[in-house]
Write a protein that binds this ligand. Structure first.
Ligand code: HC1
Length: 584
């Protein structure tokens, strides 16, 4: 252990700690606009400079290691004066349009200026050339970029994609895809992790609000909204509720108050996905075991960032993807056929909005695969952050809202669907149903959670031997099914290398594009709280555990949909509406 003082206060930290970490251990927050935990640091902003006794120059506390006996001052007059100049230099090349910027009041640059007491901009001069690049999911405005490189880190080190780098030198430096290409022409998966770490308005989700407000104001439109599982685990953070507070009921009330005509739950179509995907898995296993052709492992297909990634990086392996569309696009297809018929509404007069924790969903709905007979499944995607802005704009007192309900007939979801939003959840939900379908017996309550695949590790695996079966599944008796779960594109690439080499031992793999799953999606609130992913995951598990119905095939409204209209899982109509083939 090392012993040093921070502002005169003794502190003990492990060898290898930085001065910034030592300050944190002493309860002192050193400001920074570029620092990120647990990754290689660029140390680019220099805002975190501190004074170290005996050293002539100020030191960047995120880069310099603590040493035995060091005496550090983090907020001395010399440090504060230097920080202010550094800040003003950043400001000299930054637009002053805070009032009309989407990051107004959630901008780290703005907040730091307030903390430092900056009241003027002394160094006005030439500004670097601005470029705005609008992709279906992410909008880049280089005029607001402070070259902190957090986005570069998130893309290259966390997701291992590397779509963004620093280009050019000096005043012409810009963070951009290679050769200044638009993001949409690169291997960017549209996961939006860059938008979460960006301290300013340089990287944001592409606007989904404008078309939604327009549809709501159009008396000729029936505007239907649905909400993804993970949104309920994080939306409350935008209103000051503790991280990990589930806000399902308040969210349903808020959506009604905003004026949506129907408030449905993506949980319903997550249950639908399990019936479709579970049936598909059994079909593929059956084919493989009886000498037929089947691409195994089968890999989940509900995460559009993951779909884009496999298309770029492993285009020869697309037949491993489940043919299921993602739950929210399934919902769109059901709304514009079944519900349109039921309510006597023309599908073209319907406007389906998906509230998602994900930026890639904005790209997904524009894909050619996501339509039925020329009608788009979903018309607009809003992120969790955008929904929070809508609620605020409507003057809704979110925290004090009563608990509301989703609307029938597409608003009921089981606990299995809640956990779709956390890594391992889709697999667990599928196993709950597949077990009962194959064995004909009830899965014991204490076995509902498949412990080896619960948790936020990058790759989780398990093997399950099928001991008893119904006669129809006799061929599966004694078979050991190997499963793997991963979240984040680095883990996905690791598992895909084995698939591409033909050495994958797995039969079924769940992949989610963002580390931790949708709870940590690129459209979620920006949260710096310790263990925020664990807290959001717990919120979804608690939603599951409080429910009586915890298996997708127990959803009575879903079974009614199959019985009265859709027919069999994987049947003709289900295939027409709910499945697709990705061909790259
Ligand atoms: Fe997800 Fe999904 S769980 S992909 O993570 O399959 O975004 O929450 O909506 O569609 O249900 C995201 C979350 C979400 C879909 C479902």
């Amino acid at each position: 252990m090392l012993h040093l003082t921070i502002n005169g206060k003794p502190v003990e930290v492990p060898e290898g700690s930085t001065i910034m970490e030592a300050a944190e251990a002493a309860g002192v927050k050193v400001p920074s606009l570029c620092h990120m935990k647990n990754v290689h640091q660029y140390g680019s902003c220099r805002i975190c400079v501190v004074e170290v006794e005996g050293m002539k120059n100020l030191q960047a506390s995120c880069m310099v290691k603590a040493r035995e006996g060091m005496q550090v001052k983090t907020h001395s007059p010399k440090v504060l004066a230097a920080r202010k100049v550094l800040y003003e230099l950043l400001l000299s090349n930054h637009p002053k349009d805070c009032l009309s910027c989407n990051r107004n009041q959630s901008c780290e640059l703005q907040e730091l200026g307030y903390e430092l007491g900056v009241t003027e901009s002394r160094f006005e001069g030439a500004m670097s050339k601005a470029k705005v690049d609008i992709s279906p999911s992410i909008t880049r405005d280089t005029s607001k970029c402070i070259l902190c490189r957090r986005c570069v880190t998130a893309c290259a080190q966390i997701q291992k994609v590397g779509a963004l780098q620093a280009q050019n030198r000096g005043f012409d430096t810009v963070i951009s895809p290679a050769m200044g290409l638009p993001l949409n022409s690169t291997a960017c998966a549209m996961c939006g992790q860059c938008t979460v770490v960006c301290p300013t308005g340089a990287l944001q989700e592409t606007d989904g609000l404008t078309p939604v407000w327009k549809a709501l104001a159009d008396p000729g439109k029936r505007v239907i909204v649905q909400v993804a599982p993970a949104v309920r685990a994080a939306l409350g953070e935008e209103f000051g509720l503790p991280c990990g507070t589930p806000v399902t009921g308040k969210m349903a009330t808020a959506l009604h108050e905003i004026g949506f005509d129907d408030v449905f739950d993506t949980l319903f179509s997550a249950d639908l996905t399990i019936l479709e995907e579970g049936t598909e898995l059994l079909g593929r296993l059956n084919a493989a075991l009886t000498g037929g052709q089947a691409a195994l492992p089968m890999i989940t297909s509900c995460s559009p960032g993951w779909i884009k990634h496999i298309e770029h990086q492993f285009p020869g392996e697309l037949d491993h993807l489940s043919t299921c569309k993602s739950p929210h696009t399934m919902m769109g297809a059901v709304v514009k056929t079944f519900y349109a018929e039921k309510t006597g509404t023309k599908p073209e007069d319907m406007f389906v909005v998906s509230v998602m924790p994900c930026t890639a969903k904005k790209y997904e709905i524009q894909r050619p695969e996501m339509e039925v007979d020329g009608i788009r499944d979903v018309d607009a995607v809003l992120t969790t952050r955008e929904l929070a802005r809508m609620i605020k704009k409507c003057g809704i007192d979110f925290v004090n809202l009563p608990e509301g309900e989703f609307d029938a007939p597409l608003g009921l979801g089981t606990g299995a669907a809640d956990i779709f939003g956390v890594t391992g959840g889709v697999m667990e939900a599928a196993l709950r149903t597949v077990y009962e379908v194959v064995t004909g017996s009830e899965l014991p309550f204490e076995q509902l959670h498949v412990t080896p695949i619960v948790g936020l590790e990058q790759v989780k695996t398990a093997s399950i031997t099928i001991e008893n079966t119904l006669p129809a599944y006799e061929h599966l008796k004694g078979v050991t099914v190997n499963i793997a779960v991963t979240s984040g594109l680095e883990g996905a690439s690791m598992l895909m290398k084995e698939v591409a080499e033909g050495t994958s031992p797995y039969h079924f793999i769940e992949v989610m594009g963002c580390p931790g799953g949708c709870i940590n999606g690129g459209g979620q609130p920006r949260c710096t709280e310790e263990n925020y992913r664990e807290k959001r995951a717990r919120a979804l598990y608690s939603e599951d555990e409080r429910k009586v119905l915890r298996k997708s095939h127990e959803n009575p409204d879903l079974m009614k949909l199959y019985g009265e209209w859709l027919g069999e899982p994987n049947g003709h109509l289900a295939h027409h509406l709910l499945h697709t083939h990705y061909v790259g």
